[in-house]
Design a protein around this ligand. Structure first.
Ligand code: FES
Length: 117
């Protein structure tokens, strides 16, 4: 019997009806954050996708990271530092403790759930 293959790392950046919208999140440079996420994901060897609404609009901007056999959802990813820390989860083991700035950004009830835009 073969061992189940782990899916490759991937980052989903939500840019649906609310995430990425200046009307909802004024003062946030959404284009720049998207490019930061894209660049860091690529540097870490992760797939990257910009997706339509993932569901928890009231918690935007939402970013999801699949890495090391788990999927973590993050809310209010609205600045460069948080974006970088979230995407860097690609290189973090699932059992590793989250950096302090990310602890209150984790959407725990969605952990492990694959994004379905
Ligand atoms: S637009 Fe991002 S969760 Fe709905």
């Amino acid at each position: 019997m073969g061992k189940k293959r782990q899916k490759p790392p991937k980052v989903w950046v939500c840019r649906g009806c609310c995430c990425g919208r200046k009307k909802k999140h004024p003062g946030v440079d959404h284009r720049r954050l998207t490019e930061t996420a894209r660049r860091r994901a690529g540097a870490a060897g992760a797939k990257f996708t910009v997706t339509d609404c993932l569901g928890p609009c009231g918690q935007g901007n939402v970013v999801v990271v699949r890495a090391a056999g788990t999927i973590r959802w993050f809310r209010r990813v609205n600045d460069e530092t948080t974006t970088a820390l979230v995407v860097d989860q690609v290189t973090t083991a699932p059992g590793d403790e989250l950096p302090a700035p990310l602890r209150d950004r984790l959407i725990a009830k969605r952990e492990g759930r694959k994004p379905k835009p």
